[in-house]
Design a protein around this ligand. Sequence first.
Ligand SMILES: [Mn+2]
Length: 293
Amino acid sequence: MAGFAWLVPRAPKGPKPPRSRYTPHPEQPSRYHRTIFISDTHLGTRGCKAELLADFLARNACQTLYLVGDIIDGWQLKRRWHWSESQNHVVNEILRKVDEGTRVILIPGNHDEFLRPYCGRTYAGIEVSLEHVHETADGRRLLVIHGDQFDGVISFANWLARLGSWAYDRALQLNEMVHSVRRGLGLPYWSLSAWLKHAVKDAVEYVCRFEQVLARAAERQALDGVVCGHIHQAQIKQLGKVLYLNTGDWVESCTALVEDARGHLEIVRWAACLPTPASRGAKVAREAAPLPA
Ligand SMILES: [Mn+2]
């Protein structure tokens, strides 16, 4: 055994790291769902709202948890990896669910496509699957898939899906610069922001086409609906015969899709669910009576 001493973690030297505000082991979850779907958590990035996500996972129990892609950001791994204590809590909460009997299914996305070769295997009790058909309590069959597979079909401007608000802000600054340079050269005004508005219109069109293409994929398999992520826009809507459901993300909106015991599906916006410090006592008391699983 002596040869494996390096496997045993050593106690860290120096001062203890500051404790985070998140309590890793609350008494018990206060909300019960049949199924929880989350996606686009982007663990490994600064943008990941890990503290809120760990809190959501700790307080919400379920029979089945679907992790619908872009859970770990492997692209970020190649650049600057960011891993915080809160992100450890997220992993711990997922593993705790496995230990407590929750079925956890991970469907890799494009940012965690390094997991795709492992589809069909189970790691630490987490099933890895390219896509999955989920049957709701009321018998509807839903295709669960990340959604990036169709980026090639939605051929135009798929880079726009990644155009974050920061890029837009930079572009507006750039617009000012372009304007003053052009003025110095005696050229007429050309608005980059107007061009960007056009691009945003394209982005809206991209979202529309994404929804249509995903709905068609479910229809082709004669399914009742599709659950996806990828575009960071939580949504439930009927598109023809198909129910389109998008889980949203944990970078901006902090949303999850949940199914109750009767098969009713809804979007939870966790940041909006959190009590303000003043109302915390009352809110916790109300949540103490658990719903039937
Ligand atoms: Mn994605």
